[in-house]
Design a protein around this ligand. Structure first.
Ligand code: HEC
Ligand SMILES: [Cu+2]
Length: 484
C-alpha cells in the first residue's frame, strides 16, 4: 500500500516538473521572437493566387510595409454565373503576404471610395486585440494603419471581421499570411497559393445570371459552390498550376470557409510532408489532410511522373458537383518503374476462356431487331441508362461540368452528327473537341452497353434539353459498330 502511494506521488511530481519545464521553454521562445531586433524597412511584395511572393531566405527582420486595398467587384463564379465578390487586393483569396518571424508589420488597409460598405481585417498571425480588426475598421474612401510584430512562425488565415462576419467571409474576404521561421522555409522548386471557400447563391448551382448572396442557405451551411481560388475552374485547363518531373512542389493551402472543412487531396500523389494546420508539426506520407475553416496547411511533395493531378476536396460531391476541383499539370519523362500506365487490356471471362459469347444479350438484341420499341418506351428506358451510366460526368440535366465534361444540353456537337455521337458512346473519345464554343480535351471511356441500350440512351439524350429529337434506331447503332 505504502509503496503504491509513494509511486503515485513520484509520478505526480515528475508530471508537474515536466509541465513547468515545457511552459518555461515555450514562454522563452515567445519572448525571444518579441525581442528580435529589426533592421531597415521594406515594402511587402503582395501576389494574387495561385502565386506567392519570393521566399524571405535569410534576410534579417525588418519593418515591413503592407498596403492592401479592399475592392468590391463583380466576377464570374462559373460560365454564365456572375457574383459580386468583396476582396482584399482584388482577388479571392486576397493577396498573399509573406513575412518572417520578428518582422514589424505596418499594415495599411484602404477601402476604395466606390465600395458600399465598411470593412476591416483580422489576421490570425497577429497577437493583439481582434487580430487587428478593431484597429483597421475603415469606411469607403478611407484608410487605416496599425502595426504588429510577428511572434509565431506559421501559415495563417486573414479575413474580414465586420458584421455580419459570415457574410463578409462568404463573399470572399479571406487570404493567407505566411510567417517564415528564422532562416526561411527549406528551398523547393515550385510554390503555389490555393484557398478553398464555400459560396451561397439565391439560385441553385449553375443557375445563370448575377446571383446575390443567400443568407438562409449560408446559415444552413447548404453551399451551392465549393471552390478553390474563388470560382469554378480557377485552377483547371489553362489555369492549372504546373511543375516538371523531379521537382518538389509546395502548396500553401488555406480554407476561408465560412462553413465547410476541407478534406484536401491530390489524386495520384502522396504528400511527402504536411505542416499540419499550418504550424510546426510535420506529418509525412499523408493522403488527405484536413483543413478547418479559418485554418491552413502547407503540403509538399516531389512529382516523379508526368500527368494531370487533380486537386480535390475529397468530400467528393463538392469536387464533381460544386466546383472544388483543380489541376496540377506535370510535364516530363515517364518513369515506368514508378507507374506503368495501362500494360494490357483484355476481355475478362470469369467462367474461363472457353466461353466467349453472352447468349442472353444476343437474344434480346435479335428481338429488338425484329421490332423497334415505341419512342416513349425508348426514352423512358434511355433515361434509366443515362441516370446510371452518363449522369456522373454529364450531370442530371446534361449540363456537364465546365472545363471537364462537355454538355449534352443543347450540344451543337451532338446535334451535328448522330453517327459520330453514337461512335463516341461505343468507342470512347479522347482529344480536343469544341462543344457550344468551349474546348474540352479530356477522356470519355468506352461505355459497355448493349446496342439496344445505346439506342435508348441516345434517343433519350436527343429528345431532351433542347436537342434535335432524333430517334436513334438499333440498326443505326449496329451500322456504326460495324463500320469500325
Ligand atoms: C467518365 C465520364 C463520362 C461518362 C460516364 C460519359 N461521358 Fe460522354 N464525355 C465525357 C468526356 C470527358 C467527353 C469529351 C471527350 C473529349 O474531350 O474528347 C465526352 C463527350 C461526349 C459526347 C460528345 C460531346 C458532346 O457534348 O456532345 C457525347 C455525345 C457523350 N459524351 C455522350 C455520353 C453518353 C450518352 C454517355 C452515357 C452512355 C456518356 N457520354 C458517358 C465523359 C463521360
Ligand atoms: Cu468586409
Amino acid at each position: 500500500m505504502n509503496l503504491l502511494k509513494s509511486l503515485w506521488i513520484l509520478i505526480l511530481v515528475s508530471l508537474l516538473l515536466t509541465n513547468c519545464k515545457n511552459k518555461e521553454s515555450n514562454e522563452l521562445a515567445i519572448l525571444d521572437t518579441a525581442n528580435i531586433y529589426i533592421k531597415g524597412t521594406m515594402d511587402a511584395e503582395l501576389t494574387s493566387p495561385p502565386f506567392v511572393p519570393a521566399p524571405v531566405g535569410n534576410r534579417t527582420a525588418k519593418k515591413l510595409l503592407v498596403n492592401m486595398e479592399i475592392l468590391e467587384k463583380e466576377g464570374t463564379m462559373t460560365d454564365g454565373v456572375q457574383y459580386v465578390y468583396w476582396t482584399f487586393g482584388g482577388s479571392v483569396p486576397g493577396s498573399f503576404i509573406r513575412t518572417r518571424v520578428g518582422d514589424l508589420v505596418e499594415f495599411t488597409l484602404s477601402n476604395h471610395p466606390d465600395n458600399k460598405l465598411p470593412h476591416n481585417i483580422d489576421l490570425h498571425a497577429v497577437t493583439g486585440s481582434g487580430g487587428g480588426a478593431t484597429s483597421s475598421f475603415v469606411a469607403p474612401g478611407h484608410n487605416k494603419t496599425f502595426s504588429f510584430k510577428t511572434l509565431n512562425p506559421g501559415l495563417y488565415v486573414y479575413h474580414c471581421a465586420t458584421a455580419p462576419v459570415g457574410m463578409h467571409i462568404a463573399n470572399g474576404m479571406y487570404g493567407l499570411i505566411l510567417v517564415e521561421p528564422e532562416g526561411g522555409l527549406p528551398k523547393v522548386d515550385k510554390e503555389y497559393y490555393i484557398m478553398q471557400g464555400d459560396f451561397y447563391t439565391k439560385g441553385e448551382n449553375g443557375e445563370k445570371g448575377l446571383q446575390p448572396f443567400d443568407m438562409t442557405k449560408a446559415i444552413k451551411e447548404d453551399a451551392d459552390y465549393v471552390v478553390f481560388n474563388g470560382k469554378v475552374g480557377a485552377l483547371t485547363g489553362d489555369n492549372a498550376i504546373t511543375a516538371n518531373v523531379g521537382e518538389t512542389v509546395r502548396l500553401f493551402v488555406g480554407n476561408g470557409g465560412p462553413n465547410l472543412t476541407s478534406s484536401f487531396h491530390v489524386i495520384g500523389e502522396i504528400f511527402d510532408k504536411v505542416n499540419i494546420e499550418g504550424g510546426d508539426m510535420i506529418n509525412t506520407n499523408v493522403q488527405t489532410t484536413s483543413i478547418p475553416s479559418g485554418g491552413a496547411a502547407i503540403v509538399e511533395f516531389k512529382v516523379e511522373v508526368p500527368g494531370t493531378f487533380i486537386l480535390v476536396d475529397h468530400a467528393i460531391f463538392r469536387a464533381f458537383n460544386k466546383g472544388a476541383l483543380g489541376m496540377l499539370k506535370v510535364i516530363g519523362k515517364e518513369n515506368k518503374n514508378i507507374y506503368s500506365g495501362v500494360k494490357q487490356e483484355g476481355i475478362y471471362h470469369p467462367e474461363g476462356g472457353t466461353i466467349q459469347t453472352m447468349p442472353v444479350d444476343k437474344k434480346v438484341e435479335v428481338a429488338a431487331l425484329v421490332q423497334e420499341k415505341p419512342l416513349a418506351q425508348k426514352i423512358a428506358d434511355g433515361k434509366q441508362v443515362y441516370m446510371t451510366t452518363c449522369f456522373a460526368c454529364h450531370q442530371e440535366k446534361g449540363q456537364g461540368i465546365p472545363n471537364a465534361f462537355p454538355p449534352l444540353y443543347k450540344s451543337d456537337y451532338l446535334n451535328a452528327d448522330v453517327k459520330r455521337a453514337i461512335g463516341i458512346v461505343l468507342n470512347g473519345k479522347t482529344g480536343e473537341i469544341t462543344v457550344n464554343g468551349n474546348k474540352y480535351n479530356s477522356v470519355m471511356t468506352k461505355q459497355t452497353l448493349t446496342d439496344v441500350e445505346v439506342a435508348d440512351v441516345m434517343t433519350y439524350v436527343y429528345n431532351s434539353w433542347g436537342n434535335n429529337k432524333t430517334n436513334v434506331s438499333v440498326n443505326t447503332v449496329k451500322e456504326v459498330k460495324n463500320s469500325h
